[in-house]
Design a protein. Structure first.
Length: 642
């Protein structure tokens, strides 16, 4: 049977990405060692997990380790592991392409980083291109691998300049070996074949990796007494020490989560966070706790300081890893935290967990449900106890994720609501909590008022708020798309109803008397007839003070912003007519009434009816059906008024 073999060309955007990585992150060249070690550690994690159900595949080689070797003369750096290995198709899938979901986003972020002169290696971890960071230091990379249980191995070779080759080969041992043919370096640059340099980098970045990172290093050891040559005076002649090469474990392999938190330094926490998250930013908060009781387990959680670029993508992995007695069970553990907290990075080690646990069993496991409940409780307590500045830093990055928990986490609904922050018509651009809003409610105000939309400035100046402002009522300005789901889930807070400024009757007590309303019944009926395909009703407005028109929805109708969100995401928004509200105290409406009572056939009435609707749509940031006609009519009106 012939061996599979092919030479492939990198896509244009991949070549551009490699160019940016190699040239833009040159000052952080050492990061490739950490990335390759992390990949090797992940491969062994997967092997240990598979060993629980298929031990025969691993019985001849279960002494898991990562090995590093260098050759200063040939300028070679090599790293190998006896982890799960990869098949031919897996190499093509995982190595042949780069950051499948984030290529364009990575290039944009890195380009921005360059322009701001803030080049930083966190982009490597954030966008999942760790393997390719090796090209920062390497002229050529050769990867040889064999998957557990596979008959053949695979060899992948590339110089990172345009193509890569991949072929099936004969290989005995399971695992992966990556060989880097290093670039020439200057006198002041790091030499990655130097044992001290490699030892320092491993200690700095990968000391907490669970598996031994072994390197054959040169050591000095005493020469045995019986081998020492001595003179007539009994004193040694020549050296009493000699150089030998021995395997040395470079990392401590300490399970940091199992240690007492008083014994862990801030630097150790930060390095461990970088190891498990593949991020280079510092964590905003660290939650290290040993839970004791009927069952015991250790947890170490990190709240990141920056949101990942793909936080809301469905394919994004959760940040939690599950261990049992320091044996890796799984990453991407969705059962440990709810979806809206998936940005939390961390480890849980539960000694009483079944080692053969599956995701189906996890969902039903009482211990896992207990762990989840306690972790969520601990996270909320931490957020609630943050000082204002730190919390607002968190909220600017993860506020939308927190809001997404309201429709799904009924048990913690009140705690989530208490953490929400909004800018308001009175807050001068600062965030306000719902509790602060309630404290500031004016006498006679019964409800919490809000308005949704995509532009803060447009909301502040919305005609829908005119009567509320006149009464000195504060209004929450909701500009995140997720806020539409917040308002659908949070109907009241601390016995105060949340009321939309654009829906239903505001119930402000400023009713227009029926007699005055009656004077406009005929005109409003006429306008409704002209707009019947576009509006549900035409009615006297209790919202407007200065503006002439606005659109409002029923209490349970869809907001204008929600309709826009659905259309923007390609969903079919249900056909919804809203009511056109008119300000009968506005001179335009009085003049239209006079014209209508004088000559109902006057064509200006139809034109003005259309303009009133267009004005209402424009004022809420919407798009009118016929901008050209609107522009023409407004121009004519302006000309006549001069």
């Amino acid at each position: 049977m012939s061996k599979r073999q092919e030479t492939c060309e990198f896509k244009t955007e991949v070549q551009q990405m490699l160019h940016l990585i190699i040239n833009s992150l040159y000052s952080n060249r050492e990061i490739f060692i950490r990335e390759l070690i992390s990949n090797a550690s992940d491969a062994i994690d997967k092997a240990r997990f598979k060993e629980q159900t298929e031990p025969a595949l691993f019985e001849k080689d279960s002494d898991y380790q990562i090995r590093i070797s260098t050759d200063p003369e040939k300028k070679i750096f090599e790293i190998s592991d006896n982890g799960i290995g990869m098949t031919y198709d897996e190499v093509n899938e995982n190595i042949g392409t780069i950051a499948k979901s984030g290529t364009a986003a990575f290039m944009e972020a890195l380009q921005n980083s360059r322009e701001e002169n803030k080049l930083s290696p966190e982009l490597i971890g954030q966008f999942g291109v760790g393997f390719y960071s090796a090209f920062i230091a390497a002229e050529k990379i050769t990867l040889v691998t064999k998957a557990a249980g596979a008959a053949k191995g695979v060899k992948w070779v590339s110089d990172g300049k345009g193509t890569y080759s991949i072929e099936e080969i004969d290989k005995d041992a399971r695992g992966t070996t990556i060989t880097l043919e290093l670039k020439e370096t200057g006198e002041d640059e790091q030499d990655f074949t130097d044992e001290y340099t490699v030892r320092h980098i491993v200690k700095k970045h990968s000391d907490f990796v669970t598996y031994p990172i072994i390197m054959n290093v040169e050591k000095s050891e005493p020469i045995p007494e019986n081998e020492i040559i001595k003179g007539a005076d009994g004193k040694p002649i020549g050296e009493t020490y000699r150089k030998v090469r021995k395997d040395e474990t470079l990392n401590s392999m300490k399970a940091i989560w199992a240690k007492n938190k008083d014994d862990v330094t801030q630097e150790e926490y930060e390095e461990f966070y970088r190891h498990i998250s593949h991020n280079w930013d510092k964590p905003l908060e660290i939650l290290h706790k040993k839970f004791e009781g009927v069952t015991e387990y250790d947890s170490l959680l990190f709240i990141p300081s920056k949101a990942p670029f793909d936080m809301f993508r469905p394919e994004r992995k959760h940040g939690m890893q599950l261990y049992c007695k320091r044996v890796f069970i799984m990453d991407d553990c969705k059962e440990l935290l709810p979806e809206y907290l998936s940005f939390i990075q961390g480890v849980v080690d539960a000694p009483d967990l079944n080692l053969n646990v599956s995701r189906e069993i996890l969902q039903e496991d009482r211990l896992v449900r207990n762990i989840r409940k306690n972790l969520v409780k601990k996270i909320f307590t931490t957020l609630e106890e943050m000082d204002k500045e730190k919390f607002e830093s968190f909220y600017s990055e993860f506020g939308q994720a927190l809001k997404a928990g309201l429709p799904t986490d009924y048990e913690n609904k009140d705690r989530i609501a208490s953490l929400l922050r909004y800018k308001t018509t009175k807050s001068d651009g600062k965030y306000v909590t719902l509790d602060e809003y309630i404290e500031r409610m004016v006498e006679g105000q019964k409800d919490i008022y809000y308005i949704t939309g995509e532009n803060l400035n447009a909301l502040i100046n919305s005609p829908l708020l005119e009567t509320l402002k006149a009464k000195d009522y504060e209004v929450l300005l909701m500009v995140d798309p997720v806020d539409e789901w917040v308002t659908q889930s949070l109907h009241e807070y601390k016995e105060k109803k949340l009321k939309s400024a654009e829906k239903g009757d505001l119930e402000l007590g400023d009713k227009v008397d029926d007699t005055k309303k009656g004077e406009y019944t005929a005109l409003f009926g006429f306008i409704k007839g002209k707009l019947e395909e576009k509006v549900k009703d035409v009615q006297v407005s209790n919202r407007l003070k200065e503006s002439v028109s606005c659109l409002s929805a029923d209490d349970y109708g869809m907001s204008a912003y929600m309709e826009k969100i659905l259309k923007a995401t390609g969903q079919d928004a249900p056909v919804q007519k809203r009511s056109l509200e008119l300000n009968i105290n506005h001179p335009l409406i009085a003049k239209m009434k006079h014209i209508f009572e004088t000559d109902t056939t006057n064509p200006i009435l139809k034109d003005y009816s259309e303009i009133l609707l267009d004005i209402a749509i424009v004022s809420e940031g919407g798009k009118i059906d016929n901008p050209s006609r609107f522009s023409k009519l407004v121009g004519e009106i302006m000309a006549k008024s001069i």
